[in-house]
Each structure stands twice: as C-alpha cells, then as structure tokens.
Design a protein around this ligand. Structure first.
Ligand SMILES: [Zn+2]
Length: 222
C-alpha cells in the first residue's frame, strides 16, 4: 500500500458519492461507497455522517477487511460490514456503491425481485436481482443477507432499504446502480399499466447475455 494508492482510492470514493448525490441516488450523507486498494486487503470507504456536499478526500476512511481503521480521523460508514463482507466473498469486485434511489427502494419495499426485462440488464447485472432479507442497518446479519442475495451478480436489493451494486471499477459500479434504478423504474411503470402483460426477455437471450456476463467477469480489469 502506498500513500498515492490510498489517495487515489479516496478520490474515487469522494467523486462517486458526489455523483450519486447529483443524480439523486442518495441525499445528504445517506448511502455510501467503497473502493478496494489494489493488491491490498484494505479499502477506502465513505465516512459516517458527513454530508457529501462538504466532504473532501481527508474525510474518506481507509479500513481493512476486518473493519479496523488504517487511516483517517473519522468513523467509517456504519454500513462497512456489508462492504467488507462483499469484498471477502467476491474477489472480482473492486468497487461498491450503496444507493437509496426511489425506484429500487420502492421494489425493496415490495420485497419483489427485479426480473430480466430489458436488454443490457443481464449482461451488466448478471440476471434477476434478488432482495436481501431485512437486517438492521449496519448489522452483521444484513451483511450476511446481502452477500447471500447478491451471489455472483452485480446488484442486489435490500428489503425496506435500497440497493447495492458492485463492479470491477467504480465507473462500472456506478453505471450498474444507474441501470438498476432505471430498470426498476421501467418495471414499476409496466406493472402499474398491467403486470400480467409484462414480458420477460426470451430465454435464449437471457442465456446468451448471461454467458457474456460471465465472460466479462473473467476479464479482470479496473
Ligand atoms: Zn442505506
């Protein structure tokens, strides 16, 4: 670990938090993000209770995967168990964003999975997005539930809470969060018109896109 790598990771976290606020995936200091520092077991993660509008890189925390503080004067996000649990379970994941977008959260309130209804969805997110069973925010129980419901995919809904998306880079994790929010919006709109008329993608398309998803996961990139 070098100070330069830490600084770059802090910048990734700060930039994505401000972007998530700009596009209304979060408000105030809600939601959080983290970034795996290359070739280490440490991550940069959002501090707890600092408004994104006035956050700078010095506020971003560095912790290890056991949750110990390595660098920084604040507290790490209270949701850090969820982040460290995902990094331990998924070596292909280098970035995580946790969002409170309106449409993904509405599905999370319904505790209804998001099926594959739009092209690109399976390629990017890996298949039907499941709902993690409810756990208190910040609890180990929630972290366990999230890892289980995420599985090998790049997105998951958190019952009565919001969403989590992951990727090999921060740009991909953010894109996945925007895609999850967009498809959740499309699904809810179509459901409001006539849920019985919703068509899933054809099975052969889902299969082909799933193979591409798996292939892209094997191409390790940041
Ligand atoms: Zn949250």
């Amino acid at each position: 670990m070098t100070p330069k790598a830490n600084q770059e990771a802090k910048r990734e976290v700060l930039d994505v938090c401000q972007e998530m606020q700009r596009v209304a995936l979060v408000i105030g200091s809600s939601g959080n993000a983290s970034f795996r520092i290359p070739d280490t077991d440490t991550i940069a993660i959002t501090p707890s209770s600092v408004d994104y509008a006035c956050m700078d890189t010095n506020d971003v925390m560095i912790i290890n995967l056991e949750g110990d503080i390595i660098d920084g004067d604040r507290n790490p996000s209270t949701e850090h168990p969820l982040h460290t649990a995902i990094y331990k379970a998924r070596p292909d994941v280098n970035a995580i964003v946790h969002t409170h977008g309106i449409y993904a959260s509405a599905l999370a309130v319904l505790q209804e999975p998001l099926p594959p209804i739009i092209d690109e969805f399976v390629i990017k997110l890996g298949g039907q997005i499941e709902v993690a069973k409810y756990g208190l925010p910040g609890s180990e129980e929630l972290a366990t539930n999230v890892v289980e419901a995420l599985g090998p995919r790049n997105g998951v809904l958190l019952a009565n809470h919001g969403g989590v998306c992951v990727g090999p880079s921060m740009d991909v994790a953010l894109h996945n969060a925007l895609l999850l929010e967009r498809v959740a919006q499309i699904y809810l709109l179509a459901s409001a018109v006539d849920k019985k008329k919703i068509n899933l993608l054809p099975a052969e398309s889902i299969e082909m896109q799933h193979q591409m998803f798996e292939m892209m996961k094997r191409v390790k990139k940041r």
